[in-house]
Design a protein around this ligand. Structure first.
Ligand code: SF4
Length: 409
């Protein structure tokens, strides 16, 4: 069984009928690459960290290009196609030949999955039937709020009633994972409860709530903050409490990012599984581990169970995968061991990290750690508890191997 990914191209905001008020791509600045895990050792900057993370593509691909690429990909796959996923920088609902695209992919008779859409490109209620008739099985749909006025005001959806009508019709037949960036004072509180109730009554599988970030420390990169001047931001702890409270009140799955998935207990669900913690290899060496401020205390607790004695150093940035060279510049170097392990996905070129983390004249070895230690809510939404635990076991086993291989006594 094989999966097929269909990239339709496009850029956020540009191919989305304009930017949503809260879109993180709205104010992306700077042409300098950040550096990342894919860069060559001698060159900071590659296609991914220069262009890919900005999701800058030259508009949507035309239908013929998509068809040719899909056919070429198909020829490289063995066996039956178990799923076709539509992705891209632009919003699929805004693809100009959307009907032709869906009919083309539907003719392959495999379940269709739309990785992300805001639905604001759909003005015709018949789109729901088109999708169902062509085998849509799963969709992640940004609802923002079940109040059409708020969709119009904050997402600039020209036909919010139609988008919600389509969402409603899909709920009956398809696995719907709704999503909403939560703006305090706008779509939180009673509005959020109404949205959860609306989705639950219509049969959605769940809703992923995303805490809005408006400053660099909260996870913004590429100089793109503040996204909305004067917009309040909820603390991570208060956001986690909101998720806990909502999931007590509703039957649909409610999870949040950066914290948390109450049904699974993630991120770092492994902390409540002592028998699994014992299966991780013992730690024999010392090394400094750098992480984001949200994950660091969790990582420290997991590693302490296997005998880790060094501190896990939390940078100011809350999200480890969004750490940049600027965050490393604020790390107190006196606290570092001779070996430093960076988050696998951090947007830092290793030679630049070396220059920053040895700028006190003390030699240190800089190593990149595993890409994933846990699953955030976007990853865990369609997963089981055991699938998340497997990710965590693999991630921590790899991290411990890195500590034992490169660390010092
Ligand atoms: S639909 Fe998504 S990518 Fe497009 S502008 Fe809105 S938030 Fe940004």
């Amino acid at each position: 069984m094989a999966q097929l990914s269909v990239d339709i191209g496009g850029s956020p905001g540009v191919n989305c009928r304009g930017f949503c008020e809260y879109c993180y791509f709205k104010k992306v600045k700077g042409l300098q690459p950040l550096g990342c895990r894919y860069c060559l050792p001698f060159k900071k900057g590659c296609d991914y960290c220069s262009r890919g993370i900005r999701e800058e593509y030259a508009g949507f691909k035309d239908l013929k290009t998509i068809a040719d690429e899909t056919l070429a990909n198909l020829q490289r796959k063995d066996g039956e196609i178990e799923r076709i996923t539509i992705s891209g920088g632009g919003d699929p609902s805004c693809y100009p030949q959307f009907t032709d695209l869906i009919e083309l992919l539907g003719s392959m008779e495999a379940p269709l999955h739309i990785g992300y859409t805001s639905g604001k490109g759909w003005d015709d209620p018949n789109v729901g039937d088109l999708l169902i008739d062509n085998g849509l099985s799963e969709i992640s749909f940004t609802v923002f709020a079940s109040d059409p006025g708020l969709r119009k005001r904050y997402m600039h959806d020209p036909s919010p009633e139609v988008s919600l009508q389509i969402l409603e019709s899909l709920c009956e037949e398809v696995d719907i994972y709704a999503a909403a960036v939560v703006l305090p004072g706008v779509n939180d509180g009673d509005i959020l409860e109404e949205t959860c109730e609306w989705l639950e009554e219509r049969g959605a599988k769940g809703i992923i709530l995303m805490r809005f970030a408006n400053a660099t420390g909260q996870g913004l990169i590429l100089g793109n903050g503040p996204i909305i001047e004067t917009q309040d931001v909820q603390s991570v702890e208060s956001f986690r409490d909101t998720i806990t409270e909502l999931s007590r009140r509703f039957r649909i799955k409610i999870s949040g990012t950066p914290l948390w998935d109450p049904e699974i207990g993630s991120p770092f669900a492994i902390l409540t599984e002592p028998h699994l913690l014992k299966k991780l290899p013992p730690i024999q060496q010392r090394a400094s581990i750098i992480s984001g401020s949200v994950a660091a205390p969790f990582i420290e607790r997991v590693l302490a169970e296997r005998g880790f004695k060094s501190p896990v150093v939390a940078v100011e940035k809350e999200i480890a995968c969004l750490i940049t060279a600027e965050d490393l510049k604020k790390v107190p170097l006196t606290s570092l061991e001779p070996v430093v392990i960076l988050p696998g996905r951090a947007f830092v070129h290793e030679s630049e990290a070396y220059d920053i983390l040895t700028s006190d004249g003390i030699e240190r070895l800089i190593v990149r750690g595993p890409e994933m230690l846990t699953a955030d809510a976007e990853t865990s939404m369609g997963m089981t508890h055991n699938q998340v635990l497997r990710i965590e076991m693999e991630g921590f086993a790899q991290l411990i191997q890195t500590i034992n291989r490169y660390g010092q006594r």
